[in-house]
Design a binder for this molecule. Structure first.
Ligand code: HEM
Length: 429
């Protein structure tokens, strides 16, 4: 249910203490919109009592934080934010990975300028607009093959049958895996995401997931050596090519960490976005009809879906100095929770923000891909996958509806907004 606060009820006396509920509550995580509205209205910079994190919820404040990497650093071990026990398990994971593969080093997303700039220049070459455009035929083929596999059944779980395998297979192909190896790829990706997803529960699980990531690393190391000898036009070859800016070539530790970020950053985020976008169309049949009849709206639809139901609801920054935001003092070393999902519903930026409107004129101003130096490097690819995926779905399936009796559940957590299943029915066009 969408909640909001009547502006006439607002008074100077209202403070963080009056915020009802918590972002740690699974029900709030499953539907955070009403909670976000409270934050924006009553405590735009809200110190979470349970964690001490400062939640940044308005569009303007979030833009300020994301655009100022000197005051708000990305140099944080996210997996260590969940307390001492989690930090210990994270260290066990890292130590074991260093023994059986390549231990994590901080690159790209976990660095600040100017160090960040070197990684960013090198990775920008791996996802140029030209390379993303060249991937159109393979994204289209993968989408069609996936639809072939379920179209005769008249029903499917859209998450399992399409939303997850599409971006998974696109990246898997880039690292030389064929469609039969998608389960291997998913296992590797799950292993890489395990520390951030809270899946390290004891020493055995920490070692297990480190070994899964090491298996992927050994495969990638062999592939890097092959590409070094015989470059192709894929992402790996681009990461190995000499830099025109005189940057030092990447070491194997750095290459492994960048591949980890490309795989973890590019897979579930895009899969969740495709799933969330389909649910929005199911809930708004008028918008589905509009899109079906006018495919020039596909790009704006993708942005509006990302604005409305951002698959990454929030990430983190660390204050490097004592600072202040919207009148709230933030001591040095505090952790900020950058709540993209709330900024995207800020009425000051998006009037009638709760309305899903694929013709919204400023939909692309959403912050779901962040802003500033860490703006998502995979944005053109993610948008392209959404455009092609929905174009093929709408061409080939009619009467798409939520399956009768379907109950929808979301995975929990502060970061992701992710559907576990999305059962649909349809007829073949
Ligand atoms: C709809 C899908 C996606 C969403 C919602 C998303 C979201 C984000 C966000 C919010 C950030 C910024 C993190 C920060 O501010 O600290 C980011 C960065 C990043 N994303 Fe994406 N992403 C998506 C797809 C992709 C894809 C397809 C790839 C690669 C194939 C990718 C790779 C990365 C990488 C490597 C970074 C780090 C960039 C840097 O620190 O300079 N993402 N993404």
């Amino acid at each position: 249910m969408i909640g909001s606060v009547d502006p006439t009820e607002r008074s100077a006396a209202m403070t963080t203490a009056e915020i009802q509920g918590s972002l740690l509550d699974p029900e709030v995580q499953a539907c955070p919109f009403g909670y976000h509205a409270q934050l924006r209205e009553l405590a735009p910079v809200h110190r979470m009592p349970e964690t001490g994190f400062y939640v940044i919820s308005t569009y303007e404040d979030l833009k300020t934080v994301l655009s100022d990497p000197v005051t708000f650093s990305n140099d944080i071990m996210v997996e260590q934010l969940a307390g001492e026990a989690a930090a210990d398990l994270g260290r066990m994971f890292d130590d074991h990975l260093a023994e059986v593969g390549w231990g994590h080093v901080q690159t790209l997303q976990r660095t600040d300028p100017p160090v960040h700039g070197r990684y960013r220049r090198l990775i920008n070459r791996a996802l140029t607009p030209g390379m993303v455009k060249a991937m159109i035929p393979s994204v289209t083929r993968i989408a069609d093959e996936l639809i072939d596999s379920f179209i005769d059944q008249g029903e499917c779980d859209f998450i399992d049958a399409f939303a997850f395998p599409l971006p998974g297979l696109v990246i898997a192909e880039q690292i030389g895996l064929d469609s039969n190896a998608i389960s291997t790829f998913k296992r590797w990706s799950d292993g890489m995401l395990a520390p951030a997803m809270g899946l390290l529960v004891d020493e055995a699980s920490a070692q297990h997931y480190a070994e899964v990531e090491a298996e992927a690393q050994h495969y990638l190391a062999a592939l890097f050596e092959e590409r070094r000898a015989n470059p192709t036009d894929d992402i790996l070859s681009a990461l190995l090519a000499d830099s025109a800016d005189g940057d030092e070539p990447l070491t194997m530790h750095e290459l492994q960490n960048l591949m980890n970020q490309l795989i973890t950053g590019g897979y579930t985020t895009t899969a969740d976005s495709i799933g969330n976008a389909m649910l929005l169309l199911l809930e708004h049949p008028d918008q589905m009809e509009l899109l079906r009849n006018d495919r020039s709206l596909l790009h704006n639809f993708a942005d509006e879906a990302l604005r409305h139901s951002s698959s990454v609801q929030g990430l983190f920054r660390r204050a490097t100095v004592d600072t202040e935001l919207s009148g709230v003092s933030i001591p040095a070393n505090s952790i900020l929770h950058t709540r993209y999902g709330s900024a995207n519903w800020d009425e000051a930026m998006f009037p009638e923000a709760e309305r899903f409107d694929i013709t919204r004129s400023n939909a692309s101003k959403h912050l779901s891909f962040s802003r500033g130096p860490h703006f998502c490097v995979g944005q053109p690819l993610a948008i392209q996958e959404m455009i092609i995926g929905f174009d093929r779905i709408l061409d080939r399936l009619d009467n798409i509806q939520l399956a009768p009796g379907a109950t929808l559940e979301r995975t929990g957590g502060l970061i992701f907004y992710s559907l576990k299943e999305l059962p649909i029915t349809f007829t073949a066009s």
